[in-house]
Design a protein around this ligand. Structure first.
Ligand SMILES: [Zn+2]
Length: 86
């Protein structure tokens, strides 16, 4: 498994299982409890595109969606990162 270094953290090079896009490193907000996580930033990703209706109590004008992400600090377990649509 190929690895790379990002902000001093060694990470595996991982691909999104949904769209095969290379996951990009991203530093979580300080209050999230995350360190560096890997995120699928592909707006065409089926995981992202299909998630909008799954968020409960979503406001009509909300642009929130869930991106596929993996947490290297937790054995690369997958997680849903709620993010603003760009
Ligand atoms: Zn994806």
């Amino acid at each position: 498994m190929a690895t790379f270094e990002y902000k001093g953290v060694v990470l595996e090079e991982r691909d999104c299982p949904h769209c095969k896009t290379r996951l990009e490193p991203w530093v979580g907000p300080p209050d999230s409890g995350w360190g560096v996580i890997l995120v699928c930033n592909n707006n065409e990703c089926e995981y992202y595109a299909g998630s909008k209706d799954d968020i409960m109590h979503r406001r009509e004008d909300s642009n929130l969606g869930c991106r596929y992400a993996e947490d290297p600090d937790n054995k690369y377990n997958s997680l849903a990162l709620v993010a603003w649509c760009k």
